[in-house]
Ligand binder design. Structure first.
Ligand code: SAM
Length: 319
């Protein structure tokens, strides 16, 4: 426990898929003015240096955000021939905002030094006027402290809380969310465990079952690694079954960038370049999400695909 550090993986292909999905989901939910309760059950450290030791040692961002920026926001300002899917463009713009010195006045040239984790992506999008609330859970002592320090610098007040608690356990107490001024209850939950221990897969299933019972109308986004492990294989099936039982719509997207010729395949998320594929499963997805990802996934595969096995997939079952 606690050997997982997201700093090694920040900005890799799995973060790209997860964060594009997160942003596209939130953009749609935020079209309605009513307040949202936003929960990140496994938040990480919040901000990551891509020129720091951990990131450069793993090199994972090179096969993720760095490659994407180079292809779609080239330093010479040229316009990419393939065009940019809107969700992908939005994601790159959000990430570029965390690198302001290079972003200049919105010019296309971006030198990528900082990568925002999900807490800062959500914080960047949340609306003061709507009184959105963000709860961030992180158990790792060092990452929880780092996250608290980063969030404290925002001087955000009570709308953002960092809690060193078990996100699976804590979620229960937050659902159903409090009503907004208009009386509606709205929530988006990101569940992005490290899957450091095998039991995380079962915990995700149990937690989603309980969450759907408590608050069937919430939007739930689960990330998982696609690896040769029965539990990982079973997780999307379980989430599909839970969605069907609760009569909820769902969306399942995956991105496999293929095996790197230099790296032997390995069997879990933690082992860096060995992870070549991951998936996101969204329960109660916005009705626009499937079209957004359908446009973005082929471009991602085209740019990030690196060898044998590369593939992308998208399944969508509206409610
Ligand atoms: N969601 C982050 C993002 O997209 O930027 C990345 C999170 S990382 C994959 C998973 C994090 O969960 C790790 O920082 C780990 O320390 C933390 N963690 C592991 N078990 C946890 C638990 N039961 N509750 C809360 N945090 C946990």
């Amino acid at each position: 426990m606690f050997s997982y550090r997201h700093a090694f993986h920040a900005g890799n292909h799995a973060d790209v898929l997860k964060h594009i999905t997160l942003i596209a989901t939130l953009r749609h939910l935020m079209l309605k003015p009513a307040a949202l309760t936003l929960v990140d059950t496994h938040a990480g450290a919040g901000l990551y240096r891509l020129d720091g030791d951990w990131s450069t040692k793993s090199g994972e961002a090179t096969d993720g955000i760095v490659k994407l920026m180079a292809a779609l926001r080239p330093k010479d300002g040229s316009v990419p021939a393939s065009g940019i899917a809107a969700a992908l463009d939005d994601y790159l713009t959000v990430v570029a905002k965390f690198n302001p010195a290079a972003d200049g006045d919105g010019a296309t040239s971006v030198r990528q030094r900082v990568y925002p984790g999900s807490p800062f992506i959500i914080q960047h999008l949340m609306r003061a006027a709507s009184r959105d609330r963000l709860k961030l859970f992180e158990l790792h002592p060092a990452d929880s402290k780092t996250l608290s320090t980063h969030i404290a610098r925002l001087r955000s007040g009570r709308e953002i809380a960092v809690l060193r608690q078990d996100g699976f356990e804590a979620l229960r107490a937050l659902l159903p969310p409090p009503p907004s001024a208009s009386g509606s209850r709205r929530a988006m939950v990101l569940m992005d465990p490290s899957y450091e221990i095998k039991s995380d897969y079962a915990k995700v299933g149990a937690c989603m079952q309980e969450s759907l019972r408590r608050f069937p109308n919430g939007t739930y986004l689960v990330w998982y690694p696609i690896i040769a492990r029965a539990e990982a294989h079973d997780l999307p099936r379980r989430l599909r079954t839970l969605s069907k039982q609760a009569a909820r719509g769902w969306l399942h997207a995956s991105l496999n960038i293929g095996q790197s010729p230099e790296l032997a395949p390995r069997s879990d998320r933690q082992q860096g370049g060995g992870l070549s594929a991951s998936g996101v499963f969204v329960i109660n997805p916005p009705h626009t999400l499937a079209a957004s990802l359908q446009a973005a996934l082929p471009v991602l595969l085209d740019i990030l695909g690196r060898g044998r096995g590369k593939a992308q997939s998208l399944e969508y079952a509206p409610a």
